[in-house]
Design a protein around this ligand. Structure first.
Ligand code: C2E
Ligand code: MG
Ligand code: MG
Ligand code: MG
Length: 287
């Protein structure tokens, strides 16, 4: 048993604080250079209209190709970017790329695809500067304002210090749409949905996962959808992986689905191949 334990201890080796600190410092240093070195890329995941299977919305999800470490997950580097304030620069980069991409798709394929970008609470702090820049870029690209949707999380709505109400009102005035991401994982409150003028609510993947084996899970999703609709909010289910989940959600009146069942997040070329070029040939076939 002692031997067993020893072996386990060896397997469950955890890096020392010192090693972790060094790793973090290197990550920060690399993160600072990542934009200039063009190591970031945006992946696109379709948000599918459940009533007809059409795709007019996508979520932009950042990817970091680290020269030595390979692909680093946003779950790993976004928190570090938030702690160091680098998220502002990264977030602006994502916004610019998304806006330019939406404009390009409009001119290349004649379709308006709305791109959702994730915005950290931190990015709302010096909103004064960036928001004006964002708006002028949209104007410069002659994009209709709902070309971009901003995904925020419940935590932001709790933080009164950042004047979130006013900022979201400014979004409203500018026509930028707002999604409430990961709904159900935080202090979800119906009051927030009413108080803040949001356009979409994204049911968190953990709820979608529970749909098949848990009738309470179904009741919960149904209730969320009914309530959202009463408030004029459309519902997107995240993490749809199976046909069965899709059927349950569609039956419950869910508006949009996003998840591996439809597609994983893919690079630009793959997205265009599957959803934009494909769309053209479908039109040609039916004629
Ligand atoms: P999120 O905004 O909730 O994005 C959804 C995550 O779920 C993505 O992970 C996506 O790849 C994953 N996903 C989609 N469909 C499925 C599915 O069917 N099953 C499962 N198991 N997972 C699915 P990803 O791309 O690793 O991003 C993780 C998180 O990192 C995002 O969660 C978001 O909070 C953050 N993030 C990503 N890009 C950005 C960004 O540009 N800015 C900021 N601030 N945060 C970002
Ligand atoms: Mg999101
Ligand atoms: Mg989410
Ligand atoms: Mg509304």
């Amino acid at each position: 048993a002692a031997k067993e334990q020893g072996r386990n201890r060896f397997h469950y080796f955890t890096p020392s604080m010192q090693e972790y600190a060094r790793y973090r410092m290197e990550l920060i240093k690399d993160l600072r250079n990542a934009i200039n070195r063009k190591e970031f890329e945006i992946y696109f995941q379709p948000i599918v209209d459940m009533s007809n299977g059409e795709v007019y919305k996508v979520e932009a999800l950042i990817r970091w190709h680290h020269p030595e470490r390979g692909m680093v997950s946003p779950a790993e580097f976004i928190p570090v970017a938030e702690e160091t304030g680098l998220i502002n620069e990264i977030g602006n980069w994502v916004f610019e790329k998304a806006a330019q991409q939406s404009a390009r798709w409009r001119s290349q394929f004649g379709v308006e695809i709305q791109i959702s970008i994730n915005k950290s609470p931190i990015q709302f702090r010096d909103e004064g500067v960036t928001f004006a820049d964002w708006l002028s870029l949209l104007r410069h690209l002659d994009l209709s304002s709902n070309a971009i949707c901003v995904e925020i999380t419940e935590g932001l709505l709790l933080d009164a210090s950042m004047g979130v109400t006013d900022k979201l009102l400014a979004y409203r005035d500018a026509g930028i749409q707002v999604s409430l991401d990961d709904f159900g994982t935080g202090y979800s409150s119906l009051a927030y949905l009413k108080k803040f003028d949001i356009d979409y609510l994204k049911i968190d993947q953990s709820f979608t996962r529970n749909l098949e084996d848990d009738s309470d899970g179904v009741a919960l999703c149904e209730a969320i959808i009914v309530m959202a609709h009463k408030l004029g909010i459309k519902v997107i289910a995240e993490g749809v992986e199976t046909e069965h989940q899709k059927e349950i959600l569609a039956a419950a009146g869910c508006d949009y689905g996003q998840g591996y069942l439809y597609s994983k997040p893919v690079c630009l070329a793959e997205f265009e191949q599957a959803y934009l070029l494909g769309r053209k040939s479908l039109v040609a076939q039916s004629e």
